[in-house]
Design a protein around this ligand. Sequence first.
Ligand code: ZN
Length: 309
Amino acid sequence: MNNIKPATADSLLRAMAADGTVRCMAAVTTRTVAEAAARHGTSPTATAALGRTLSGALLLGSSLKELDRLTVQIVCEGAIGGITAEANANGAVRGYVRHPEADAPLKANGKFDVSRIIGDGMFYVTHESGYEVGLYREPYRGSVPIVSGEIAEDFAYYLSQSEQIPSAVMLGVFIRAQATDQAAAVEAAGGLMIQIMPGASDKIISAIETSVGNIPHTTQMIREGAGTRDMLRAALGEIAFEVMEESAVEFQCSCSRERAVSLVSSIDRTELEAMLREDKGAAMTCHFCNETYRLDEAELESILEEVKG
Ligand code: ZN
């Protein structure tokens, strides 16, 4: 029971149940997904795909330690082309899709046809520790083929195949119909992950199967005002759980103007001179957050001076 911060708007909860044989996580990510949609201008279906992936990365990374980083990458043949989401131990998550305009008609049941824009492909999870400091260790990377394209099922398949952890995963993004502004339209987003560890009794497993099978959709619970604890209580039914950690979550990118400048400084001198001559400056856009950093003529000239010196 350490590092418990009061939950604010978006939050991530990690808990244990049944003497540690069940690990469970819940996340409310409405604002995070709304910000991702606003930054990338994603279509409704792409917002659902990105939002589910961001939420899943947070749930999967809920036990990350300081200086750890978890990246979920979907490389696919569907119109969206690919999705990347990266979470760290501090509840910061960032991510993007390759083709934000990719969209598809709603399915007959009114849900987003996420699997249509994903198609076939691969699902990768990379776990790095000690990044950006001298403690960097060999990253762990696991991969599975995409089995569903609805993303929650792909997280569950990854956990069962690559980490041998049978899991129930629910991820959802609820978007208000006929909204013109995608960010404002994200009304609820979040998810749940229940991992069955070795030693869990058959009684516990079957109780969880029953309770998970009967809960409302995660976004319905969130729209009705449920927080992460309420969601876990619903998912676990009668089984008591102990909260291990609760943290605030937000869309946050590690890029900055200083980093953009240092990146430009590392460019070859002839290329820098060409940029100055042809573009009268430089502009760099971060993939993860779509922020553009512009360097004007004077800034570029001073960088060139330094490179020459
Ligand atoms: Zn960025």
